[in-house]
Write a protein that binds this ligand. Structure first.
Ligand SMILES: NC(=O)c1ccc[n+]([C@@H]2O[C@H](COP(=O)([O-])OP(=O)(O)OC[C@H]3O[C@@H](n4cnc5c(N)ncnc54)[C@H](OP(=O)(O)O)[C@@H]3O)[C@@H](O)[C@H]2O)c1
Length: 327
């Protein structure tokens, strides 16, 4: 395994993070603990030390599974979770204080996450989205209180516009508070809008960059074809997969991924990940896995080298996309 610094923090993380959204019971493609266990075990055996969950994943079940499978390894793993979205059963309309980033909710949400994880603290607490109704001052003070009170070691942000992140970091600096250490953003071969503003900003600020859906929810694995109704369990039960990808221009890229994978005798998923690994600014893609071999292949991809010609071949057909993942 290769390890790298997590932004400005002193933490060393594996160059691959295992996303725990696959584990739970909310959608047909989610795996319960018995099936999650060998995947997490394989990740640990291969040196992955970085795991990402959220309170909203399977209404907290993902956090419970994360805690059950990783508590024995607590002093060797980096645990990240998130807050913002309403947990199933509590709509923002009917339960207005059970989501978002108010001090009221965040204070309760971290306690609930720690209880589900059965941990005293998390290493990274991320805001899953920006809550425009909460002032940057309230948000940064609340998150810093969690650091000072020992519930959280570092704080991170997820998908938003660059100017919004810049404002939060500026407010933290103005108040003498700890800024966000990381950005978890939507970034893969078929969605590269982040290269325009967010990634240069994070590089400038020495923030960790941990892309979510690095395989575009499986689209970049080459298992789907133009004009053919997707049949995988995930495609049938993940409402975002077909909606976010599957455009003609996306297929053009996946066809190049497949072509290169045949030439190099590796899988398309490995090419898509190897491309991300060529970007030194990517700290660790947050991989989703539903089989042990997904983790094995992802780790092998760390050793696949792509030439500048290969990279240009994969990148060349990309055209600008509308924003996907935040608004
Ligand atoms: N911050 C955010 O807003 C946000 C949003 C989304 C996700 N996330 C995080 O990102 C993580 C990953 O998200 P994701 O599941 O969408 O990621 P992904 O890595 O883009 O897609 C994962 C899917 O790709 C397929 N796959 C993976 N490796 C494969 C291989 N070697 N061969 C064939 N297929 C392979 C599997 O599909 P099948 O199951 O169909 O086989 C798997 O479910 C989540 O667990 C979560 O932690 C964060």
């Amino acid at each position: 395994m290769k390890y790298t610094s997590f932004g400005k923090t002193g933490i060393r993380v594996s160059r691959l993070c295992l996303g725990m959204m696959s584990f739970g019971n909310q959608q047909a493609w989610h795996l319960e603990i018995e099936d999650a266990k060998p995947i997490v075990k394989k990740a640990l055996d291969l040196g992955i030390n970085f795991f990402d969950t959220a309170d909203v994943y399977s209404a907290g079940r993902s956090e419970e599974i994360t805690g059950e499978l990783l508590s024995d390894y607590r002093d060797d793993v980096v645990i990240a979770t998130k807050v913002f979205f309403p947990i199933e059963g509590f709509t923002a309309e009917a339960s207005p204080n059970r989501s978002g980033l108010s001090r009221y909710h965040v204070f309760r949400a971290i306690k609930a996450s720690l209880e589900r994880l059965k941990m005293e603290y998390v290493d990274l607490y991320q805001i899953h989205r920006l809550d425009k109704s909460v002032s940057p001052e309230e948000l940064m003070r609340t998150l810093n209180y969690l650091i000072e009170s020992g519930s959280v070691l570092h704080i991170g942000a997820s998908s938003m516009f660059t100017w919004q992140l810049a404002k939060l970091q500026w407010v933290a600096d103005k108040l003498g508070l700890e800024p966000f250490s990381s950005m978890q953003n939507h970034y893969n071969l078929v969605y590269r809008e982040e290269e325009r503003e967010m990634i240069p900003f994070c590089i400038d600020q020495n923030m960790a960059i941990i892309p979510w859906s690095p395989l575009a929810r499986g689209f970049l694995t080459g298992k789907y074809s133009r004009g053919i109704q997707p049949k995988s369990v995930r495609a049938k039960s993940d409402p975002f997969l077909e909606k976010r990808y599957f455009k003609d221009e996306d297929f053009e890229i996946v066809e190049r991924v497949k072509q290169l994978s045949e030439e190099k005798e590796v899988s398309p998923a490995q090419i898509a990940l190897a491309w991300l690994f060529t970007k030194s600014y990517v700290t660790a893609p947050v991989l989703g896995a539903t089989k042990v071999e997904h983790v094995e292949q992802a780790v092998e991809a760390l050793d696949i080298s792509l030439s500048s010609g290969d990279i240009s071949f994969l990148e060349e057909p990309y055209t600008p996309h509308p924003i996907i993942g935040h608004s």
